[in-house]
Design a protein around this ligand. Sequence first.
Ligand SMILES: [Zn+2]
Length: 98
Amino acid sequence: MNCYLIEELLPLYIEGDTSTGTNNIIAEHLQTCESCRQLYQEMKEPITLIQTRDLMPYIDEKEEKRKFEKRYYGKLIYRASIVFGLGYVTMIILYWLK
Ligand SMILES: [Zn+2]
């Protein structure tokens, strides 16, 4: 049996919808075929998929946090320069008013 057919049958095999004869063929193939065995493991454990999906928002969140921090510190520098500038202007005015 070729891998293509095994791939087609794997979801049914996992659900237990295949006949005993087919089960034996698939089980036998899985023992000999590394790639189909991996596919079978992935299909059998949807946890792997859930974990991958859970990781995505985490990455996005991290990225958002980074962007936010960049914006936040950017504003902070901007404000600091305004305060510094105002202080400088005030000093000049006070100097001229003396
Ligand atoms: Zn195979």
